[in-house]
Write a protein that binds this ligand. Sequence first.
Ligand code: DX5
Ligand code: ZN
Length: 216
Amino acid sequence: MVKVAPSMLSADFSDLGKELVRVEKAGADWAHLDVMDGIFVPNITFGPPVIKAIRKCSGIVFDAHLMIQDPIRYVDAFADAGCDLITVHCEAEGDIHGAITKIKSHGLKAGISINPETDVSVMEPYMGEVDLVLVMTVHPGFGGQSFIADCVPKITWSKEWAKAHGKDIMVSVDGGINGETAKVCVDAGVDILVAGSYMFKQPDMAATIADWHSRF
Ligand code: DX5
Ligand code: ZN
């Protein structure tokens, strides 16, 4: 069954703990946490102290998506904050192999993410080391953008790479996911659907998650 990971970027930041509980009660598999540094992407969100604070509110899996330069600097802090998976970008500056090794040294799952304009050849050197690939289907930085369908072949490529190399790699998709684009990604082989604005706009989030779980 495909996992559903609402992106807390679209939650009410004035009551993040309560929003997290709402997501968990709605039946979400993971909570997706978008960390932005204002340098790798032109927006700033939250960091380890906020994640540590909301960790007390729920036991749901924390799927941290680090849109930050030189991510190795903060791996220990995000691990200490209670993240379960930590994903870094293949385009980020710094020692990305080292960041992945450090994430795994904490006993956490490591992911690599790829931007729409980046070729899979940039991500390939990390494929043998990661547990998850996060395919961006929008330019990272903001919620509510339109799905870029040209990125979908990267989902298929990642699943095929994993199969060809005998690796168990989860593939997640992030950006512009709604009921229709989710289907396109599931048909391409995706394992996790990250959805922000669409999910938080639903009058009944639990019904939408249940619908996705039954359809996908
Ligand atoms: C964008 C973030 C996404 C974002 C997706 O940089 O990585 O996780 O929350 O938002 P939607 O689903 O609205 O495109
Ligand atoms: Zn994200």
